[in-house]
Design a binder for this molecule. Structure first.
Ligand code: AP5
Length: 224
């Protein structure tokens, strides 16, 4: 079976984490999300967390030299040898170049870059209503994807919280940073013939069906 080396790209709140949860289950891929790795490092107070916290709280990006090594190391782990789903990396052209160089030095290549597209207004609506389980990390929305019981996770009953960077002023800054530093990746990967675009304004189940069908088709193509 061909490797599935996938990247999820899109503005904050596009639904990357929501879809990643389903895709990793469908295709049995390790889920490597820079946001989750960095938030865990901040919570644990590690050196990485201390370096990252200020940038994250302001809605900016952690510097390339801090994040690149962390992710390239993570890709060396055994569970990523047959494929991976990266969410939140790369987020700048230098990060994309570093990833490309690293994979080709290992004789590997990307399968596809999945872009989930939504408008800025939708991002603001989604992030202001997002709630996350402090324990399992499962994502909800107070209106679009509410838990069965208000304020608690369906999976284990843990408390739902609002992320620090989901405050209105920070959301605006994250969007500006996305347009300036991450959106150039759309052309970058389009030029490499790797980009697949999905309309993220559709309901989660519909977005998932389309992404799953595309990945299944790519896997068949890759094994021919
Ligand atoms: P990160 O955690 O990656 O944040 P992000 O990219 O801003 O993405 P989000 O997690 O906010 O959104 P999402 O697209 O996963 O949406 P979700 O599924 O939750 O990064 C955080 C920070 O870390 C960055 O700001 C930066 O500082 C730093 N960082 C991370 N990677 C870095 C890197 N490579 N370099 C430098 N710095 C880095 O959905 C959002 C809401 O919408 C939820 O409530 C959900 O229920 C709802 N929803 C989802 N899909 C739908 C739908 N189809 N319809 C209606 N509602 C929906």
């Amino acid at each position: 079976m061909a490797e599935l080396n996938l990247i999820l790209v899109g503005p904050p709140g596009a639904g990357k984490g929501t879809q990643a949860e389903r895709i990793t289950e469908d295709f049995n891929l390790p889920y490597i999300a820079t946001g989750n790795i960095l938030r865990a490092a901040v919570a644990e107070g590690t050196e990485l967390g201390l370096k990252a916290k200020g940038f994250m709280d302001a809605g900016g990006l952690v510097p390339d030299d801090v994040i690149i090594g962390v992710i390239l190391d993570r890709l060396q782990a055994e569970d990523a040898a047959e494929g991976f789903l990266l969410d939140g990396f790369p987020r700048t052209v230098p990060q994309a170049e570093a990833l490309g160089a690293d994979l080709s030095s290992l004789g590997r290549q990307l399968t596809a870059v999945l872009l989930i597209d939504v408008s800025d207004d939708e991002v603001i609506r989604r992030l202001s209503g997002r709630r996350v389980s402090a324990k399992t990390g499962r994502v909800y929305h107070v209106e679009f994807d509410p838990p069965k019981n208000e304020g608690v996770c369906d999976v284990d009953g843990s408390r739902l919280i609002q992320r620090d960077d989901d405050k209105p002023e920070t959301i605006k800054n994250r969007l500006a940073v996305y347009h300036e530093q991450t959106e150039p990746l759309v052309d970058f990967y389009s030029n490499l013939g790797l980009l697949r675009r999905f309309d993220g304004s559709r309901p989660p189940a519909e977005v998932h069906d389309r992404i799953r069908a595309q990945i299944a088709a790519l896997r068949v193509e890759g094994s021919l």
